[in-house]
Every structure is written in structure tokens, then in C-alpha cells.
Ligand binder design. Structure first.
Ligand code: SAJ
Length: 427
């Protein structure tokens, strides 16, 4: 099946790169976002998301004449829904954007169209939520139009490469829908495209991020145990990973972002009685900022009144994304413990946490600090010269939550360095 025109609903982290990539591969794309600001920013040639290479890609898409941005959909050959699916306070999937995007397609749906859901969604969303809404058009799913689920799997920071190179799992509400969707993504996907049914494809996406969450949880639990046993967890993980079938991930201050710490809840919510391990892993990772803060307090000998330079606020290294960031949660907890915190986040200079001061340079963050804490392993923090840090701050206490700093070098520079997961050994 071939497609000439496409409508991508939702121009966020996934929708914008997807729309632009389709456009640079010869498909006429209407990118739709209900947020007027997003539409305006894009029309002015700007990009509202920081992702390596994205601005260049979006500009190339506009230059090709194949990308247009609108506030509502129009009749096209295929629709791709790439809107957010947040989690509610009580850890349930909030499908309001999927519902409203599907509803906005209804007046424009024509016989022969393909509709694709890309948003990470609870199992059965395509069949139980999207299909009935689209059928309000009077057209029958599988007979008059096709419907499929096709999740992205791209890693923020490497989105443009992974969009093209990663394998895709596409699930149709029937075989013809899956094949039509595969033909659409073949426009630019070089990786394998595997075909299955829609509900399996939805579950696959959730399983991937849940697997990662559970594996990070075990790394965090090993770190806590190592602190108590008196072992260096980083060394222990490196040694365990020499085993050909072991690949333990890295402990840290917790799990953030909009995927790994959200998606497992969709499975827990779908089958609460059969999700004990997944729920527990979520709780371990959500408890990690608290654990890290307590460790910091114990090793520093109290937090009250201490001036602390907190390095990094984003949810992981070398990106500008602050969503659900465990680093921000640690800063909140430090403030609650009455520490005086200056944060320095080179990727989002002006942002901070209520009650903390946002420093615009490393030097100003360190200026009066009693202690420095590494919260995000940005490249520029991992390669910091501790001698220079020592000159910039009066205190000599450092806490590394990422296992990133060269312990010998920091100690030689006069620091008392504590590392998450490195327990002190008595004899
Ligand atoms: N983290 C650790 N230790 C690790 C790895 C990660 O503490 O060893 C933390 C990070 O610091 C971060 C969080 O986990 O706070 C999540 O980061 P991530 O790099 O694991 O994942 P995301 O959220 O940036 O992207 C994930 C990816 N999923 C998997 O790797 C299974 C990506 O491929 C998905 O496309 C993306 O979620 C998504 O959109 O679903």
C-alpha cells in the first residue's frame, strides 16, 4: 500500500521527529498540535524540544515543502496519533489526549484510510478505546478503514538515529492493517519491522520499559545492600557482568523521564493482582531519591544549614528534559531538610527547584559550598577536574550518586568523597 499524505497528531518528543522524518522521505505531512504555542514556535522556524539534530531535521522538512503545521487535522491517506499518555496521581493511564486526538480524526476519516496509534498505551487501548471512537464516523474498522498500533522505542538523546535504525513492532487490528502500517513505516525505517496483533504490540512496548525499570531497581537495591555490607557496588557489578549472561544496570538517584517510571504502572493497573514484582520495583526506584538524601545526610553529618552545590537536574545525562527527574526530587528533599541549595543545570540554565537558587555557572554554584553532590552524570560533570573544584569551593565534601568520579583524584584534591553504593568497611 502506498501513502502520499499523512497527518501526525501531537508534535512532541515523538510526533515532531516522526512527522519531519516522513516529510524528508517524500510524504506530504500535516503536523497537528492543539497547543497554539507549539504551532507558532514551529511556524517561526524554531523548535520547542532540545534533541540533537532535531532543529536541522525540522528545517529540512519545512524546506522540502512536505511539512505543514496546523491546529486541527485534514483529510489525508493516513493518521498517526502521537500524543502523551500521562499517569494520574493514583497511577492509572490518563487517556484523555488519545481520546481527543481520535475524536478529532473522526470528521476527516475516509474509506481506505489507515489510523496508527503511536502513544504508549495500556493493553487493549487500540481495540477498546480508539476503534469505537473512529467508528462514530459511520465507517467500520477493518472493513472501511485500517487501524494499527506502532510504538516508538527511541532513546531521548539519540532519537533521530534510533527512529530509523531501531526494529519496530507493529500490531494491527487485523493482518491487512498491520501490513498497511508496515508499508507506511518502511518509508524510512531501516530496522526490522515485525508484525503482530495490536494488543500484543501494546504489551511489548510496556514490557520493554518495565524490564528496564525492574533491572534498575535491582541495581539500586544492590547499592543499598552494598552500603550496609561494606562493599563497592560498582566494582561488584563490573565483576558480575563478566558473566556471559549477566548485565546489571547502574544504580543512581532514581528513575525519571516520561517512560520508564510511567509505563510499568499501565501493566500494574491492567492486572493489579499479577503485578507484585513490577509494583515493588517501582516503589524501590521511587524511594531512591529519599535513600540517596538520607545517605548524604549520614555521611555529611546532617544537612541543616549546610550549603550544598547540586550538579544536574535533568532526568538523565546530556539532555534538557526535567520530567519526573529524581535529581529534582533529591534537591526538594535537601531543601526540606533545611539545607541551602544552589543548583547548576547546564542544559536548562534558568530552571531550579522552589527554595533553591539556580546558578548560571559551575563557579557560582560552588562559590560558598560546604558540599557538592553529583546528581546527573552529564559528560561535563564526569570530567570535572577536582583540583579546580577544590579552588572554587570552601568545603571539602563530595557525594557522587552516579559512580562517575575518579575517587583517587578527588581524594588527592583534598575531598572526602562518598559514593552511592560504596559501603565503608570496618577492617
Ligand atoms: N537509569 C538508571 N540506571 C541505568 C539506566 C537508566 O538509573 O542503568 C535511569 C536514568 O538516569 C533515567 C531513567 O533511568 O532517570 C530512564 O532512562 P533510560 O535511559 O533508561 O530511558 P529513557 O526513559 O530515556 O528511554 C526509555 C528507553 N527504553 C528502554 O531502554 C527499554 C527508550 O528506548 C524508549 O523509547 C523510551 O524509554 C520511551 O519513549 O518509552
Amino acid at each position: 500500500m502506498s501513502f502520499e499524505t499523512l497527518c501526525v497528531l501531537g508534535l512532541g518528543y515523538i510526533g515532531l521527529p516522526t512527522a519531519s522524518t516522513f516529510a524528508t522521505h517524500g510524504i506530504r505531512v500535516i503536523g497537528v498540535d492543539v497547543d497554539q504555542r507549539v504551532v507558532n514556535v514551529l511556524r517561526n522556524g524554531e523548535v520547542h524540544i532540545q534533541e540533537p539534530g532535531l532543529r536541522t531535521l525540522v528545517q529540512a522538512a519545512f524546506r522540502s515543502g512536505n511539512l505543514q503545521v496546523r491546529e486541527s487535522p485534514e483529510p489525508v491517506d493516513a493518521f498517526v496519533i502521537a500524543v502523551p499518555t500521562p499517569v494520574t496521581q493514583d497511577k492509572r493511564a490518563d487517556l484523555k489526549y488519545v481520546v481527543s486526538a481520535s475524536e478529532s480524526v473522526v470528521p476527516h476519516l475516509r474509506a481506505g484510510n489507515l489510523v496508527v496509534l503511536e502513544s504508549t498505551s495500556p493493553p487493549r487501548t487500540t481495540i477498546d478505546v480508539v476503534a469505537p471512537i473512529l467508528e462514530r464516523s459511520g465507517l467500520r474498522v477493518g472493513e472501511d478503514f485500517q487501524l494499527a498500533y506502532s510504538a516508538e522505542r527511541v532513546l531521548p538523546g539519540q532519537i533521530l538515529r534510533e527512529l530509523i535504525e531501531n526494529a519496530r513492532v507493529i500490531g494491527g487490528i487485523d493482518r491487512a492493517s498491520a501490513e498497511a502500517c508496515r508499508d507506511l513505516y518502511r518509508t524510512f525505517v531501516l530496522g526490522e519491522i515485525a508484525i503482530t496483533d495490536a494488543t500484543t504490540a501494546e504489551m511489548v512496548k510496556l514490557m520493554e520499559n518495565t524490564f528496564r525499570d525492574v533491572n534498575i531497581a535491582i541495581a539500586n537495591e544492590f547499592a543499598r545492600q552494598a552500603d550496609h555490607i561494606g562493599v563497592d557496588v560498582w566494582e561488584a557489578i563490573r565483576l558480575a557482568n563478566l558473566h556471559p549472561r549477566i548485565n546489571i544496570l547502574n544504580p543512581g538517584p532514581g528513575v525519571g523521564g516520561h517512560c520508564v517510571c510511567v509505563d510499568p504502572w499501565f501493566l500494574v493497573d491492567a492486572v493489579p493482582d499479577q503485578s507484585a514484582l513490577i509494583r515493588q520495583a517501582r516503589e524501590v526506584n521511587d524511594g531512591q531519591p529519599g535513600y540517596v538524601t538520607r545517605r548524604f545526610e549520614e555521611t555529611l553529618g546532617g544537612l541543616k544549614g549546610k550549603r550544598i552545590a547540586a550538579l544536574g537536574l535533568t532526568y538523565k545525562s546530556d539532555i534538557d528534559d526535567l520530567r519526573e527527574s529524581p535529581a529534582m526530587e533529591v534537591v526538594r528533599l535537601l531543601i526540606r531538610a533545611k539545607a541551602e541549595v544552589r543548583t547548576y543545570e547546564p542544559f536548562v540554565l534558568t530552571s531550579s527547584v522552589k527554595g533553591a537558587e539556580a546558578a548560571i555557572s559551575l563557579e557560582s554554584a560552588l562559590e560558598e559550598a560546604d558540599a557538592v553532590v553529583l546528581l546527573v552524570d552529564h559528560h561535563e560533570f564526569c570530567t570535572l577536574d577536582p583540583q579546580i573544584v577544590a579552588q572554587a569551593m570552601p568545603g571539602r565534601f563530595a557525594f557522587d550518586t552516579r559512580g562517575a568520579w575518579d575517587r583517587e583524584a578527588w581524594r588527592q584534591a583534598g575531598f572526602q568523597l562518598h559514593v552511592l553504593g560504596v559501603g565503608e568497611r570496618d577492617g
